[in-house]
Design a protein around this ligand. Structure first.
Ligand code: UD1
Length: 424
């Protein structure tokens, strides 16, 4: 078993490079199912979820290779079997993103229902309802979802809620639909914009990019082509390094980040006392003597992303004052709070809310990573804790973080990976 051991180190300093976004690259990879050809993706994070998506695509018929670090080549030679098997789908939520491309290209898809992070129920009713409005029919049996549509047709779809995954699936499905599809109240995260730009480069007709209304005019099957594309930087990994310097102190150059993708978060971090200046390569961040508490609510983009929340709660745990955090997306996503409490954090949760009373320092202890972002938050908490914090469940962190340990070592953190006896 592997663990990550971290100690409070004192101020961090130096440059840290932010790689491409997990939540974009996995969708770009799934979208290569739409058309034959050789795709080249760059700025690809070296994370386990990319390998899992690669295995899923391989099972369907697209072959992935890594010619060099940060690069992927995906070869779609048209020999596609539109079946996504349970053992791969259950490992990542983004596997649902093969639904739109396979259905619109092949007219049929058989997909095991998706898994992913352990934060409560994650239904796909909006994906299904949207595709039904476009003419698809669905059948559930033995844990598999089967979808059928000889050719989808355009439709006007208004979401109750701007779901990221449902927006992506309908967007990719609409590319070959007969006529025009309009998605209102669409999600508009930077990763959705990245997917739209990828589709447009491939020859799809998408407008309204970056707004809440996406309009997709269907083109003929076979009229797209493979492209080379650079993945958008990972704003959640970037926020992790900001949170690290915020609790450890010091000054970091966060290289590769696009500050305009995190405007609201950076505003709130400014209120907490971080000083941030855009540079030619990203953002310079200087930590205050002590953070100040604020209240935060998670919302769809451009609001504060739910994925930032474990980091924010960790920062509030050592800030001066009391902060209230409200979760509006996933009610069950407070499981890691118990782990923070083990480190001496004063956090109480009730329903959608967490009340965090800052303490001057945390106290190192063994803790567990329950999901990707919560795991990263444990690492950040360890930087603010006296003594050693040893984190198990490291496989969660590896799903979404490209060498978190090495990157933090590079800016002066006392942190290491260990192989330990699982039975100790
Ligand atoms: C994506 C991200 C995840 C992030 C989330 C919200 C990936 C791989 N994951 O997840 O890291 O936390 O966006 O920013 O990109 N919902 C329904 N029915 C549906 C679809 C969604 O009820 O058909 C609900 C979900 O249960 C959840 C909320 O809508 O409460 C948000 O889901 P969604 O935006 O779809 O998130 P994901 O695409 O799953």
């Amino acid at each position: 078993m592997e663990t990550i051991a971290v100690r409070s180190t004192g101020p961090l300093s130096g440059p840290v490079v932010v790689p491409g976004a997990k939540n974009s690259v996995l969708k770009l990879m799934a979208t290569t199912l739409l058309t034959d050809g050789v795709f080249e993706l760059s700025n690809v994070p070296d994370i386990v979820d990319v390998s899992i998506m690669g295995d899923l695509l391989d099972a369907i018929g697209v072959r992935m290779s890594r010619p060099e670090p940060g690069a992927l080549v995906l070869v779609n030679d048209g020999d596609i079997t539109p079946v996504a098997p349970y053992e791969l789908v259950e490992r990542i939520r983004a596997s649902i993103n093969v639904l739109g491309p396979l259905l619109t290209r092949c007219g049929h898809v058989r997909l095991s229902l998706p898994g992913g992070d352990d934060f409560g129920a994650r239904p796909i009713d909006m994906h299904v309802a949207g595709l039904e409005a476009m003419g698809a029919t669905f059948k559930y049996s033995h844990g598999y979802l089967e979808a059928f549509a000889d050719r989808l047709h355009g439709a006007d779809i208004t979401f109750d809620f701007p779901s990221v995954g449902a927006t992506e699936n309908l967007l990719t499905a609409a590319v070959f639909a007969d006529g025009t599809t309009r998605i209102d109240n669409a999600a508009r995260e930077p990763e959705i914009i990245d997917l739209c730009e990828f589709l447009v480069a491939m020859g799809a007709d998408v407008s309204g990019i970056g707004t809440s209304t996406l309009v997709i005019r269907g083109v003929e099957r076979g009229s797209l082509h493979a492209v080379a594309h650079r993945t958008v930087p990972d704003r959640i990994q970037a926020a992790t390094y900001l949170a690290a310097v915020a609790v450890a102190g010091g000054e970091l150059d966060v290289v590769g980040v696009r500050p305009e993708h995190m405007t609201m978060l950076l505003d709130r971090f400014g209120e907490m006392g971080l000083s941030m200046t855009p540079t030619s390569t990203g953002l310079r961040v200087v930590a205050p003597e002590r953070l100040r508490s604020i209240d935060v609510a998670t919302l769809p983009y451009p609001g504060i992303a739910t994925d930032y929340k474990p980091l924010i709660i960790t920062m509030l745990a050592v800030a001066d004052g009391v902060g209230i955090v409200t979760e509006n997306l996933y009610p069950g996503r407070f499981r890691y709070v118990e782990e923070l409490q083990r480190l001496g954090a004063d956090v109480r949760t009730s329903g959608h809310h967490a009340v965090v009373r800052g303490v001057p320092r945390l106290s190192g202890a063994p803790v567990k990573a329950h999901d990707i972002r919560a795991g990263a938050a444990m690492v950040v908490a360890g930087l603010a804790a006296e003594g050693e914090t040893e984190i198990t469940g490291v496989s969660h962190i590896d799903r979404g973080y490209d060498d978190l340990v090495g990157r933090l070592q590079g800016v002066g953190a006392t942190i290491e990976r260990r192989t330990v006896d699982a039975a100790r």
